[in-house]
Design a protein around this ligand. Structure first.
Ligand code: ATP
Ligand code: MG
Length: 598
């Protein structure tokens, strides 16, 4: 398992949460109507709570002072109505935002998934899958929660606080000033807290990604884990990461607790001070009892908006981090669009496949290592089948991956019927070229769907039967409980290696491709099945231009000619017999199998 950095991209240490969060706007824009009306409703609801103290003031200075029971009842009714209205409005707000926000989340997730499909293999080589998974799940959930709750309430509470302060100052400006003294320290503390919290939040979310990777790897690799009795060490590494995440979460909680305590204590002290001062003023007759009641109940009504600032800021920071992590993937460079060449493709009849001085090195290869491919010159004639032979690790798979442009050649060019593939539309290129890889990958879908993935939209049952026949897969597929309709498990794990390989081969040939690239397609088959597949494959190979990676002489026999890949170059080309005579390395590679000298 290669160690992958949590986030390969360098990111600036200093970033503004607001600027990051503003990037969500394009997703929120379509639902802005409901979103803003929900915020407006919440502001009205929240400001209603500030009217309650005014009713209290009227109640205390009026009916209570006059000992008028009817007036008291009326006041109580007003208070009750205000309470109901506030609750109803908050309910309305929730109803307004719930549906649009899940659509925002869904759209962001869709975009992320689409992006992941379009990002080049080199990107996926670099990024751990758990990091990508966690961005599509946890991080998007944080974003939705932010839009639903902290964002609105930062605004709502801000407006409520301003309105409340204005009311306080209007009622008694000297008491109001005493009450407002903690504002400055609270603001300073909050901004300090915010920058600290951002760092820890980022760490926690990256660690969630690492944890997801471990879980995913051990689930996918459960056979290896069990087979080697590694469940203990696997569990240990999970535990370590989980412990790390736990300590980060605790650090987060500590920060939050600290700021919460300060934000609660400071206003509390101020309220205490105003209570003392206010009581003295009432006793001196400078202030009406009703005003003091109204003043204090306004201050108490403002406690929640103040206290909530701490965790609203915390949630916003988490959302900013999540947004940042989301856009790290969205900003990664997609497969570059094909430049439309001025010269245009050579108007060519069939010319087969040409490699011209093609070189390639992996982007993440260590400095100083020679390129895997270094000046490949090779011509596969139209309709010809060329076998590619080379020692393990010599770059055969790499070479085959260049043809459908899973990796981009770093030098030279590859021509299909005279047309430079670098200038071809990727979709068209991939409809011309069909591939089967060493490790046959199947998806959790039916057998038929897995195979027909290799064909156009209109391919049907007849093509499926033909392809299964060529791959000698029709026998075992028919014996499956539901034939070609049988679901295969994740990665096709319910099938044998040879069965999977034959389905992958069927997928490669089902679309009758012009060019066929097979990476050691028969390695997992017993000699008899292999012979039958080869016999059927011969018919297919007659119609296409094919590059077949071969380890065994029996596979080489399918080909018209053989190319030997060695030291990043094509060391020799010729028929099997010619190479056996002329190349020691080839003879050595082919030796050791009974039918090497046929
Ligand atoms: N994604 C990658 N990043 C960096 N290096 C890679 C990557 N994939 C393969 N390599 C390196 O490129 C070299 C060629 O690998 P390749 O898979 O093409 O060999 P191969 O000829 O297909 O071997 P085999 O016969 O075992 O299938 C190897 O040294 C390998 O370590
Ligand atoms: Mg290989």
């Amino acid at each position: 398992m290669p160690e992958k950095p949590a986030t390969p991209e360098d990111r600036p240490a200093d970033r503004s949460a607001v600027r990051v969060l503003l990037r969500l706007w394009p997703y929120v824009r379509p639902v802005r109507g409901r979103f803003f009306s929900a915020a407006a409703v919440a502001i009205v609801a929240s400001c209603l709570s500030l009217v309650i103290p005014l009713v209290l003031k009227w109640l205390v200075d009026g009916p209570v002072a006059d000992r008028d029971p009817g007036g008291v009842w009326l006041g109580a009714l007003y208070l009750l109505l205000l309470g109901f209205a506030e609750a109803g409005l908050f309910g309305l707000r929730r109803w307004l935002v719930a549906r649009p926000l899940s659509s925002v989340e869904a759209r962001m997730r869709e975009d992320l998934y689409g992006r992941l499909q379009r990002l080049p293999i080199a990107f996926h080589d670099r990024w751990a899958s758990g990091q990508l998974l966690s961005r599509g799940t946890t991080d998007l959930m944080l974003v939705r929660m932010f839009l639903a709750f902290p964002l609105t309430f930062l605004v709502v509470n801000g407006v409520t606080l301003l309105a409340g302060c204005a009311l306080l100052l209007a009622q008694d400006w000297s008491l109001g000033l005493v009450l407002l003294t903690p504002v400055v320290p609270v603001v300073v503390l909050c901004s300090f807290f915010e920058s600290r919290y951002a760092v820890v939040a980022r760490r926690a979310q990256d660690q969630v990604g690492d944890l997801t990777t471990v879980v995913e790897e051990s689930v996918l690799g459960i056979r290896i884990v069990k087979g080697f009795g590694r469940h203990r060490s696997q569990a240990e590494s999970f535990r370590q990461l989980a412990r790390l995440l736990r300590s980060t979460e605790l650090a987060k909680a500590r920060l939050l607790a600290l700021i919460w305590a300060l934000i609660t204590i400071l206003p509390e002290l101020a309220i205490g001070a105003t209570l003392v001062l206010g009581t003295v003023q009432v006793a001196d007759g400078d202030l009406s009892a009703g005003t003091l009641v109204a003043f204090l109940s306004t201050a108490l009504a403002l406690r929640w908006p103040v206290e909530s600032i701490g965790f609203l800021l915390a949630m916003s920071q988490e959302a900013a981090t999540a947004t940042e992590r989301y856009f790290e993937v969205m900003d990664a460079e997609a497969e570059p669009d094909t430049a439309v060449a001025g010269g245009g493709p050579a108007a060519g009849g069939p010319d087969g496949v040409r490699f011209e001085r093609v070189s390639f090195r992996y982007p993440d290869a260590p400095e100083g290592t020679p390129p895997v491919l270094d000046g490949i010159d090779l011509h596969i004639r139209p309709g010809e089948t060329l076998a590619l032979v080379g020692a393990t690790g010599s770059g055969k798979t790499t070479l085959t991956a260049l043809v459908p442009r899973l990796h981009e050649a770093t030098g030279g060019r590859i021509l299909l019927d005279g047309e430079d593939i670098a200038l071809m539309d990727r979709e068209r290129l991939r409809s011309l070229v069909s591939v089967a890889f060493e490790e046959p990958t199947l998806f959790s879908a039916s057998v038929g769907e897995n195979v027909l993935m290799g064909a156009g939209q209109d391919a049907g049952g007849a093509e499926l039967r033909r392809a299964l026949g060529i791959a000698q897969a029709d026998g075992f597929v028919d014996r499956l409980p539901e034939g070609a309709g049988t679901q295969v498990g994740e990665q096709g794990l319910s099938l044998s290696g040879g069965q999977r390989q034959r389905l992958a081969l069927a997928r490669a040939v089902v679309g009758r491709p012009r060019f066929l690239v097979l990476d050691d397609p028969l390695s997992a088959l017993d000699v008899h099945t292999e012979a039958r597949v080869e016999a059927a494959l011969r018919e297919v190979l007659k119609e296409t231009t094919a590059l077949v990676v071969a380890h065994r002489p029996s596979t080489v026999m399918l080909a018209d000619r053989v190319a030997l890949l060695s030291g990043g170059r094509i060391a020799a080309v010729g028929t099997h017999q010619e190479l056996l005579r002329s190349s020691g390395e080839y003879a050595w590679l082919m030796a050791g199998e009974g039918d090497g000298e046929r």
